[in-house]
Design a protein around this ligand. Structure first.
Ligand code: GLY
Length: 398
């Protein structure tokens, strides 16, 4: 795929080589990121205008031109307010602040939600950022309540937080994505809240290391348990991956990000080691494209003629920038260089929307749940959220 870079990028010298295109770094990438963030202000004003005041954006399909919205119970509902807060933090734009505030308030009732494990995504990406930026004490209370709600899903017999309720598909499913909800729990305990939340998070993270990885350190998507008889592991399987034992790309990104966060929150080297192992699986994988954006599953039949998942790339970039900060020497550079490659690729015309297009989202070409034919090759809220987070992290460290 020929990669065309946007105008500010082409104007900047000092490009570095990558095989499928260009990787820019340092001042050149910062210039590109500033341009992307200006685009984010414009795009997210458009997106905010397009979504009814009591709803959240869910996805935009370029092929049909349709914007799908969700109610606040959808697992992704917190990403739109969270992204608006990030954009506000960068831009200080008054319209974006108004939108961030209004969409945040919509999320408040979800602090009592106990129907699945997604409270971290919903409440920490939204209220966590809002509290970090504003220090508003009532937001802190909301975060505490959300952690309490999430903790109700801890199941001692399997030493894990139950992801999904029992259904015709699963008895008691634990999905690797659950690693992303542990930041909410550990943050509350680390900041004067109930220490039990951190214990639960640590236990869950330890169980996941023991049971949810292949010998090559790729994560299985789903473990299904019986809660009866002391919690028997029934099977290792998938829901969104290519097959039961495949390495679903976004699952690997969630795992990488989750263990990097757990190291930050606990200082326990076991989590840093796990993050390095996951990074090694991803970065040394012969089927990771040179431009850094993974195919939707590392084991998808038909590679290279299968879809890429930009969301897996954006989550990975954000995680690698943080992990690079915990790493010394050659690997530190390798993590940062890979993040730079991903951010360069996501800034190309292939992935980055032109102003006024893509329904107001930033990134194109994300894959939600391909085997379920859900949200395939569309714009998605979480791809934008982690893209923006990665760019802001880059600006903060470079
Ligand atoms: N947590 C669901 C997903 O990553 O699609």
């Amino acid at each position: 795929m020929m990669m065309k870079l946007s105008i500010p990028l082409m104007l900047v010298l000092g490009c570095m080589l990558s095989v499928n295109g260009q990787t820019i770094s340092g001042a050149a990438l910062k210039t590109q990121i500033r341009s992307n963030m200006e685009l984010a202000v414009t795009q997210y004003k458009l997106l905010d205008r397009s979504v009814p005041a009591d709803r959240m954006p869910q996805h935009f399909d370029e092929k049909t031109g349709k914007l799908k919205t969700s109610d606040i119970t959808w697992w992704c509902s917190g990403f739109f307010p969270g992204t608006l807060w990030y954009i506000y933090e960068y831009s200080k734009n008054a319209d974006i602040l108004k939108a961030a505030d209004a969409r945040l308030k919509l999320m408040e009732p979800m602090k009592h939600f106990t129907g699945n494990h997604d409270l971290g995504f919903m409440m920490y990406c939204s209220y966590g950022n809002a509290f970090r930026i504003t220090g508003e004490p009532s937001y802190r209370k909301t975060i505490d309540t959300a952690a309490m709600s999430l903790a109700t899903r801890y199941r001692p017999s399997i030493q894990s937080i139950q992801s999904w309720d029992s259904s015709k598909n699963f008895t008691c499913a634990i999905i690797v994505d659950n690693m992303m909800n542990l930041e909410l729990l550990t943050w509350v305990s680390n900041n004067g809240g109930d220490p039990r939340f951190r214990d639960i998070a640590v236990t869950h993270a330890n169980t996941t290391i023991e049971r949810q990885f292949r010998p090559d350190n790729a994560a299985y998507h789903v473990l299904d348990y019986s809660l009866a008889n002391g919690g028997k592991l029934l099977r290792k399987t998938t829901w969104q991956g290519a097959h039961d034992t495949s390495a679903w790309a976004r699952g690997q990104s969630w795992a990488l990000y989750g263990y990097t966060v757990m190291y930050r929150m606990t200082n326990d080297k076991k989590y840093l080691d796990q993050a390095h192992k996951i990074a090694a699986f991803i970065l040394n994988h012969p089927r990771l494209p040179k431009d850094g954006i993974p195919y939707w599953d590392f084991d998808a039949p038909g590679i290279p003629n299968v879809l890429r998942d930009a969301s897996a790339g954006s989550i990975m970039a954000s995680a690698l920038i943080e992990l690079s900060g915990f790493t010394k020497g050659k690997m530190k550079d390798k993590y940062m260089r890979t993040a730079e490659t991903i951010l360069t690729t996501l800034s190309s015309e292939t992935y980055l929307a032109k102003p006024g297009t893509n329904g107001g989202f930033l990134l194109k070409h994300n894959v939600g749940a391909l085997p379920l034919k859900g949200e395939v090759d569309v714009a998605l809220t979480y791809a934008d959220y982690y893209f923006i987070e990665a760019m802001l992290r880059y600006l903060a460290v470079k």
